[in-house]
Design a protein around this ligand. Sequence first.
Ligand code: 13P
Ligand code: SF4
Length: 380
Amino acid sequence: MDDLGRATAFPLENTAHDGASGAADRPALAYTDEVRAATDHLYAKVKDVIPPFEWPTHAPLIHAINALKAEMNAVILAHNYMTPEIFNCVGDFAGDSLALAREAAATDSDLIVQAGVHFMAETAKILSPQKTVLIPDLRAGCSLAASITARDVRLIRERYPNFPIVTYVNTTAEVKAESDVTCTSSNAKQVVEWAAREWGVDTVIMIPDQYLAKNVAAQTDITVITWHGACEVHERFTAADLREMREATPGVMILAHPECPPDVLAEADFAGSTGAMASWVSDHKPADVVLITECSMSDNVAVANPETRFVRPCNLCPHMKRITLEGIYDALRLRQHEITVDPVVSARARQAIQRMLDLPKDAPPSRFDTKAPPRDVLVL
Ligand code: 13P
Ligand code: SF4
């Protein structure tokens, strides 16, 4: 650690826990005629992305999960990076981080199962402290959440006491609690501009994703100070990869997530959150598209847009991939892996999240002008 408490590596201890369990006593589930009849309509949805020989392993779990959900008055919030059998066949609400946070606040179910990573489940619990929130695997972390601690944020505030601290939702509850307001990739520019106005300053601290911060800085006149965190999935894409894809598939439309480095965004036709990318494909119906993001996203957007061809280079998020149908089934039947957040931390984090949720909802999701010239950003 240096004087700002910067970690020399990305420790996973603040998002890693004791993981998933339940396999030993899981009842054997068979692909019976009853299961087939109850799930055939779901297979029709995903038939282009799940081969027929795989379906008999998914269908009994899907049937059992859907029955338990009804019995327990539970909802499953599914992030866009979930595998297609989760996203399309057991998820009740699907979307990007912002949409899932809004849904967690709005649902009247007593039990929420987060089919996503730990920070998303924590956000759901912070917004609905009276509800039970389960995550199928406690080890489903995030390299961004692991890149910064609450102590780091306190040290940043000590160094820059006059600037608002905007924190990406991909962080722990403790980090959110030290922040003024949270943002997602869907509203990052809106939040940064709001914070500068509210604090009456021209500089905003935006942590911990250095690439999202640089991409937002290019869209605004506000000076941005950031942290050296990065998404281990999106930082692996390179500008050369995108140029090769364009050459290999002439006319292909390239959509990138703003967690990618700025030179990658500069090669893309559109950049936005996972939700914004999905909407762009539905609205524009390109013949060929490539989504520069996590692998399952293309499967899920393809289900909704069968007429579009997807070029599929992608990087897997190992944390998102810890969430499986087996894990969801065990979470429900054993009511296991409950998320808890210290009430004091939760109240402070809620204030930061609520400020974000209170911003006008009708603002269109942040679009990143991929041709905007880069601006200098201080990386702590
Ligand atoms: P979205 O808010 O775009 O869904 O992103 C969340 C995430 O973890 C992307 O890596
Ligand atoms: Fe975190 Fe990146 Fe995985 Fe999203 S894709 S959960 S930012 S590691």
